[in-house]
Write a new protein. Structure first.
Ligand SMILES: [Zn+2]
Length: 951
């Protein structure tokens, strides 16, 4: 009835509008598809979805609020549904998981979960008990929709599915609920969906639109795919940086569903894809699940055939990266992907002239869901049996993982290793530590080298991999994911033929390299004398009688400490060398608050204490500024004054929304200090004097001459410009602002770049022969590094080689970063820092700039008795260079990027330019390189520019 009134009201409205303001369209999209999605017999006491919408169900996109209204009503109207709020999005929207089953099953949820938990751990359960549990357990399905906010049809299908399951009078549906618990996660990304539904409103005209290029279909920057901070939530399932994923993963891991359906959309001109992935598939994945994946795909395919709907399986769908929703496949759950061709609303016209309607796309998702549930109900027991066998294998001596232990070496970076522990614990991974050293053999280092005798130092984090989640542990901690030779062959063929790739995502992703933590893999089951891992204790010692208070610079939170105090008006210094004061040893990069620097601040002690308590970071009080022997004293040049950063991020059209988002998120997540996001089109007329630090995330936008000259003036007057990847490429190719060159633009001067490199090498490895030095006579016996090498390569050859090598650039792999350990940008980093590397600009740093991080770890190699030449650079005798750490890096790419700069810093007028070749904050998870970026943002203005004196 309500519906009728709505329809007549909107008719009146249409008549009124068309007469006065807008013309009536000649056709309606609701005429395109006549099938009724919800065509069963339903309990009238449950409201039809139309009641919550201002259109007919399935014809348009429901907003998150409309779906939430339905959920709130259904939980009142039905005893077959229990609603859990598992998270709140950044924009304050609730995320729901709806447990749908018979009232009897819902009443027994706790007991069912207990049984699932026993079935998942074969150390506490035997075969007989397992069989009993399996006999009693209902099937369990997790149905999740529209993690990408602009891939809308999934959530609309979910709304219909919920109604269908709780309201249907059909005995088949009632039987399903008697034997199954269906958990529906209807709107996985409410902020993204909300952004997109808003743009649908904004770009809608009167007539339906079937052109997939129009704004109503595409939306506009930053688009609806991602969440509030423009994170792709379907890459976050292992790194767990966002509230949506954190809440969801914790609930999924509690429920251990048998299947997890993850419903997406893809290109508008495509059809429908489902079924198991093709190679490369991560080797740690349970192969039984591939078998089951085919069973589900077959049933789904038959149903599509029956209805004359087109579909395919496999093709571009691969599964090497474990951070998709498919992380569940490592835990014994079958992940099922749907990819429906995407039409925002109305429909999309195809080359053959037909129009696929939005409603049909919702119908595809709806029928796929029901079909999968029916397949599960038939196969649930057999799947449980396979699951139990796999769980037994995981903890047995026979598994592939049984003789494998991951060890993270002790670090003073407490906040970072605690973050790692939190992420691992969220996946039910058991973590230990050792009070005494443990001797082990044939240990694998991150660089790929084997160490025959190794001592695991006391206080390491130890993860023996004979535990229930062994496959997942291996997937996220092993240094290298194995890729079949056949896959490599296909990849190389694709690269050579047309520069394409069969890899869909990054080929390297392990946690310890991401986090920049030193780790080893031990090829044995390390046990005995281990205790459960506990975070190290925090000591906040802020004594008002002290003359200064200091936080160790290795801890990432030291940067936060400095940033937050500066924001509150405190003068902060940083010690740029290792120090020992008042009997305390502290690393270089330790921020220190000195009472004498803040004479007028009566709340100083309280501010320092409160800030440390808020952050839960250890602080020491120091009573003397005398550093014994040659160590720095407090009045010397190593106690350098910082300058409060005043930050703006350049943003909007032309920038990568991911890199803008993750830069923004990094400031809010790691620092929590004030900053502005600027629409870059304002740069020509905005008042840039308000900022001393400008962040240019990766982008594709070129600045015009006028904009560039504004930027140059601003830097010259003391600004710090920080750029990533695409923006770095733009700045170096401009040729007028930075002295850094892209490699393809450097060959005329390759000798100069090599000389700069040789000076760096020699400055780290000098020996003095007194007779030679003190000889009064002139000598002709002088060594010139470039003359030591036998085969110099001319610039034409270099150019040709570079063009060829550039075909093979990696698409996400770790390479070794060699750090300048005297530069302030590298505070808090390890000596060989893994760099996540892709098709980035290859940076050449000449005189007048600092190559703060270069690609390649220099290692001793006594077999190397002459200089070795790699393209433009020479490696001194007695050494070799390690490049690849993890993932696919073709040798051609290694040669191309060897010794190039990943991070550069150069003065420009009174200011400076800091260039990252890559994207240091990748997915909010590359904490190793994120630290470099945080250093640049918080310390840059104080340490890399001329200090400003206010009269
Ligand atoms: Zn998607």
């Amino acid at each position: 009835m309500k519906k009728l009134i709505q329809t007549s009201l909107s008719l009146i409205l249409t008549v009124y509008c068309s007469a006065e303001i807008l013309k009536k369209p000649t056709s309606y999209s609701s005429d395109l598809y006549k099938e009724i999605i919800l065509n069963g017999s339903y309990d009238p006491s449950i409201d039809h979805p139309n009641e919550f919408l201002d259109f007919n169900y399935g014809e348009r996109v429901a907003s998150p609020e409309q779906i939430e209204n339905a959920i709130n009503t259904y939980k009142q109207q039905s005893n077959k549904i229990k609603v859990l709020n598992y998270a709140v999005s950044h924009e304050g929207r609730p995320l729901h998981a709806l447990i749908i089953s018979s009232p009897e099953n819902i009443a027994q949820i706790d007991g069912i979960k207990e049984n699932l938990s026993s079935l998942s751990d074969a150390r506490i359960t035997n075969d007989r008990e397992a069989k009993k549990i399996i006999d009693s357990l209902p099937a369990i399905a997790w149905m999740a929709y529209s993690i990408h906010g602009n891939e809308t049809s999934g959530s609309d299908a979910a709304l219909g599915l919920i109604y269908h399951l709780i309201a249907s009078n059909d005995s088949e549906v009632e039987n399903l609920l008697d034997n199954m618990i269906i958990i529906v996660d209807p709107v996985m990304n409410p902020d993204g969906r909300s952004r997109f539904t808003k743009s649908l409103e904004q770009f809608r005209g009167t007539a339906p639109n079937y052109d997939d290029q129009s704004l109503i279909h595409t939306g506009d920057w930053p688009y609806g795919r991602t969440n509030h901070y423009y994170f792709d939530l379907n890459r976050d399932w292992i790194y767990l940086t966002q509230p949506e994923t954190q809440g969801r993963v914790s609930l999924i891991n509690e429920w251990k569903p048998q299947i997890l359906v993850d419903a997406h959309e893809m290109g508008a001109q495509d059809t429908f894809m489902t079924g198991p992935a093709r190679e490369p598939i991560n080797k740690n994945m349970d192969r039984d699940l591939v078998k089951w994946g085919n069973v589900f795909a077959q049933d789904q395919g038959s149903e599509f055939d029956r209805r004359n709907w087109r579909f395919y399986t496999g093709e571009w769908h691969e599964d090497l990266y474990p951070g998709y929703s498919f992380y569940v496949n490592f835990r014994g759950t079958l992940g099922i992907l749907y990819e429906q061709s995407r039409m925002a609303e109305d429909g999309v016209r195809r080359p053959e002239g037909t129009i696929q309607s939005y409603k049909e796309s919702v119908h595809h998702q709806f029928i796929s869901s029901l079909t999968n549930l029916n397949t599960l109900s038939v196969n649930s027991k057999a799947m449980y049996n396979d699951y139990w066998e796999a769980r037994k294998l995981n903890v047995s001596k026979e598994s592939d993982w049984a003789n494998q232990t991951f060890v993270i070496l002790p670090t003073k970076n407490s906040s970072r290793i605690n973050t790692l522990a939190d992420k691992l614990k969220s996946q039910n991974i058991e973590i230990y530590t050792n009070k005494q050293n443990i001797n082990v053999k044939n240990v694998l280092k991150q660089t790929g080298d084997i160490v025959e005798e190794f001592n695991i130092p006391a206080g390491s984090m130890i993860i023996p991999n004979r535990q229930p989640e062994a496959p997942l542990i291996s997937a996220i901690l092993e240094f290298d994911a194995e890729i079949d030779e056949d896959v490599l062959k296909k990849e190389r063929e694709a690269t050579l033929r047309d520069g394409s790739s069969i890899m869909y995502d990054t080929t390297a992703f392990n946690f310890t390299m991401m986090y920049g933590l030193e780790a080893v893999t031990v090829p044995e089951y390390v046990k005995g004398n281990l205790s459960l891992w506990e975070p190290s204790s925090v000591e906040i010692d802020v004594d008002e009688k002290a003359i200064m208070w200091i936080v160790d610079g290795t801890d990432d939170l030291s940067v936060t400490f400095a940033a937050r105090l500066m924001e509150q008006g405190v003068q902060v210094r940083i010690v740029d060398k290792d120090i020992s004061l008042s009997g305390k040893s502290l690393s270089r990069g330790s921020p220190v608050v000195i009472a004498m620097d803040n004479p007028k601040n009566s709340k100083l002690v309280q501010l320092v204490k409160n800030t440390a308590e808020d952050l839960n970071v250890s602080v020491s009080s120091l009573y003397t500024g005398f550093g014994p022997e040659e160590l720095p004293d407090w009045g010397g040049r190593h106690f350098r004054l910082l300058n409060k950063p005043q930050i703006a991020i350049l943003s909007h059209e032309g920038f990568s929304s991911y890199d803008v988002g993750v830069s923004w998120w990094s400031l809010d997540h790691h620092l929590g200090i004030r900053h502005s996001q600027l629409n870059t089109s304002m740069i020509g007329y905005a008042d840039l004097r308000r900022y001393n630090t400008l962040i240019m995330p990766s982008g594709y936008r070129s600045l015009n001459q006028a904009e560039m000259s504004v930027l140059k003036d601003w830097i010259k007057q003391g600004g710090t410009l920080i750029a990533n990847n695409g923006s770095t490429r733009m700045l170096v190719s401009d040729n007028s602002i930075s002295s850094i060159k892209d490699i393809s633009d450097s060959f005329e001067n390759s000798h100069d770049y090599n000389i700069k490199l040789q000076r760096e090498f020699l400055s780290k490895n000098t020996s003095i022969d007194l007779d030679y030095v003190n000889n009064s006579k002139i000598t002709s016996d002088i060594s010139y590094p470039w003359e030591e090498t036998e085969n110099r390569i001319d610039s034409d050859t270099l150019k040709k080689r570079d063009k060829w090598q550039s075909l093979f650039m990696p698409s996400g792999a770790f390479v070794s970063g060699r750090i300048d350990d005297k530069h302030w940008l590298t505070f808090g980093t390890i000596d060989t820092l893994p760099l996540l590397y892709s098709n980035f600009p290859v940076l050449m740093a000449g005189s007048g700039s600092k190559a703060v991080i270069r690609v390649g770890e220099l290692i001793n190699d006594t077999n190397q008795d002459i200089y070795k030449t790699i393209n433009w650079s020479d490696i001194p005798a007695g050494n070799d260079l390690n490049i690849r750490m993890s993932g696919l890096v073709w040798p051609e790419a290694s040669a191309r990027i060897a010794n190039s700069a990943y991070l550069t810093q150069e003065r420009y007028g009174k200011g400076q330019i800091i260039l990252f070749s890559g994207e240091p904050n990748f997915r909010g998870s590359s904490l190793g390189t994120n630290r470099l970026w945080l250093n640049s943002v918080v310390y840059g203005s104080g340490l890399g520019t001329s200090s400003r004196i206010t009269l």
